[in-house]
Design a protein around this ligand. Structure first.
Ligand code: PEP
Length: 258
């Protein structure tokens, strides 16, 4: 059993207006008792962050995330949002390098790396997403792709900050498709990711860094996925849009270390 505290994040993507975010949180937050064995993060679209923040500011159990961040703090970057804008809203975590950002917005490992370093410098926790496409998996390139994305994304991360980084292993073929990696496939990939973290940062830090699984995780497959020794939580898209299904996944994560 892992001694790492799981972390489960709700990536709402481009869903939930402010009233919808409020409705979710009004239903979701009372589901918690006074403690939870898993960290939980809600990641709304930018415009719903202030509304979510009203519910989550100072909440002892649930963090607030952003789906992206520009590496510069401010300046002539039309349409972008830098760290100070997120910090003033109470944001604690930032999802970086999601496959949708890589695919639709051309984000490269070096640009993602600038963002990772900027989040850490601002006291934010980066959730760095990596993962192979189906073509890459079929071509036997899973390891090469994940290694490149980890090496590129984590370049220059200082040893005293590395334990804070969260990695989300998200096989692209499993995101939003209903096709989940089997628990064995997830564990194999997570073990490999941890071995690369050990090469890059040393074995002690590699043991501390949490690796989420993402890709069609649902209440009915979460228990088995979370039971894998190197799966330390989940990054959840579709199943995070309903309070009860998301809470069931949080519970699976918390129970996996209970
Ligand atoms: C995601 O977008 O990070 C994700 C895992 O989505 P889904 O759960 O819908 O596959």
């Amino acid at each position: 059993m892992s001694t790492r505290r799981p972390i489960v994040a709700a990536n709402w993507k481009m869903n939930k207006t402010r009233p919808e975010a409020a409705e979710f949180l009004r239903a979701f937050l009372p589901m918690f008792g006074t403690s939870c064995a898993s960290d939980v993060v809600i990641v709304p679209p930018f415009t719903s962050i202030p509304k979510a923040s009203e519910f989550l500011q100072g909440h002892p159990l649930v963090g607030l995330g952003a789906q992206n961040m520009h590496p510069k703090a401010n300046g002539a970057y039309t349409g972008e949002i830098g760290a100070p804008f997120l910090v003033e809203l109470g944001v604690t975590h930032v999802v970086l390098g999601h496959s949708e950002r890589r695919q639709y917005f051309g984000e490269t490992d070096s640009f993602i790396n600038e963002k990772v370093l900027a989040t850490l410098a601002a006291g934010l926790t980066p959730i760095l997403c990596i993962g192979e496409t189906l073509d890459e998996r079929d071509a036997g390139k899973l390891e090469a792709v994940c290694r490149t994305q980890l090496q590129g994304g984590l370049a220059g991360v200082a040893a005293d900050q590395a334990a804070k980084v969260v990695i989300a292993y998200e096989p692209v073929w499993a995101i939003g498709t209903g096709r989940t990696a089997s628990p064995a496939q997830a564990q194999e990939a997570h073990l490999f990711v941890r071995s690369v973290l050990a090469e890059l940062l040393g074995p002690a830090l590699a043991q501390q860094i949490r690796i989420q699984y993402g890709g069609s995780m649902k209440p009915d497959n979460a228990v088995e996925l979370m039971a894998q020794p190197d799966v330390d939580g989940g990054l959840i898209g579709g199943a995070s849009l309903q309070p009860d299904t998301f809470f069931a996944i949080v519970k699976a994560a918390a129970d996996s270390v209970a």
